[in-house]
Write a protein that binds this ligand. Sequence first.
Ligand code: NAD
Length: 479
Amino acid sequence: MKTYQMFIGGQWTDAVSGETFDDLNPYSGELYAKVAKGDAQDADRAMAAAFEARQEWAATPAVNRAQVLNKAARILEESTPEFADVLTQEGGGSVGKVMFEISQTVDLIETAAADGKRILGETFHNDPTKISMTIRKPRGTVVAISPWNFPLVLSMYKVAYGLATGNTVILKPASESPVIGLKIGELFERAGLPAGVLNVVTGPGSVLGDALIDDDRCSFVAITGETVTGRHVAQRAAAKLTPYTLELGGKNPLIVLADADIEYAVKSTAFSAYLHQGEICMSADRIIVEESIVGPFSEALAGLVSHLPAGDPSLPTTFIGPVISDNQVQKIDGHVKDAVDKGAELLTGGTYEGRLYQPTLLANITPEMKIYYEETFGPVASIIPVKDEKEALKVANDTTYGLSAGVITKDLEKAIFLGEGLEAGMVHVNDGCIDADACCPFGGCKGSGIGREGGRYSVEELTQVTWLTIQKTKRQLPF
Ligand code: NAD
């Protein structure tokens, strides 16, 4: 068991209070690490360091910023076993999930490094007496608040793009995944990032988050987390007129139409609903199936789901690992019990041992059940039969969320009808709900958030526009 300090101004440091908190291994329940428990005083130190470093980093040529990022990508790749171990021990990720997350993060850092060299302005050829253009400047100091479920890649969207666009960053990882956040600090320290350009503070989100967002030196807030947290952060930031992006929860529909290849649809659904035990914002929660195939589809899906290997996430054969915490187990079980009490049919699962919740499939769910509208964030999916694609669209959009959606059909017209009609930030045809690409816009609408991360979308969010004009001749004035 190791004790971890925070990373502020290029130094590894205890919390001012000297306090620490426990970071548990969700599979064994044992203490994994002790971590510095920061408070408002530490937030202030981190903000001061980031603020101090911001002008020099903003003035650093993009190519030099990219060199640091590319070096960090190489170190991460070479340190894959070390990072994989943290992601499994601290976060309960299976071997497949953590290897995928690390390679995705390497690609993300490299993409951000390249995008940092393509920060584009425009010129306007409207008035021959002047040169009229836009320039993009870094926001300044970016507060990055990340969740525990994909803690490496979701922190990195903010950190890598924040740094690539010339901002300094304060990362506040989730209290369930502080070590991976601190490893990000170490990664950039090893890559030669100047002191203060990236700072990592650990401790309670409400205390550190409020202190960082309320600080006048905070220029931008980027958070990934629950919708309730995002709403709080948005209100707080709005009070200071600080811009933000919000990547929040989901209740994602996966629509399977009658013409689908049932075997492919079943496998896509199982992957989308149960990867990382359903602890993914894009997880398929509501499996909306045309009624003519719902019988064979449900039977085949329940058969596959009941055989998904659950257990120790460090074993390469495990697909379903532990849920992150006892609270989360209770929330998941509460949703399942509430549904069954109100008449839902349990096709498989519905039991747990410790934090291992068996992959669960429900049918006959109704809007009176919590599971119908609320995000469960666990290995639970529900089948909802519909008569055709029109009803499928109505049911799919009957949610306050709008993150990701999948459609499985061979019918091009229906695919276009659903692709255009689904209220979601991301729609995937002939696929499940889970996908991400560093170049593409990641994010949702409605209660799933505001703004997009990835590629030029991150560049636009993390920079501000100045309209700059230069008179070629003296301007005509009335006096
Ligand atoms: P969470 O909202 O509990 O925590 C997210 C982060 O916010 C953590 O770092 C936490 O410490 C911090 N936080 C908590 N209270 C805060 C406050 N008052 N002020 C500032 N920061 C605060 O979310 P979680 O449990 O870590 O993650 C799971 C949630 O994240 C799910 O709802 C999931 O759907 C969502 N998520 C969304 C995306 C996306 O891209 N849309 C991706 C992954 C996860």
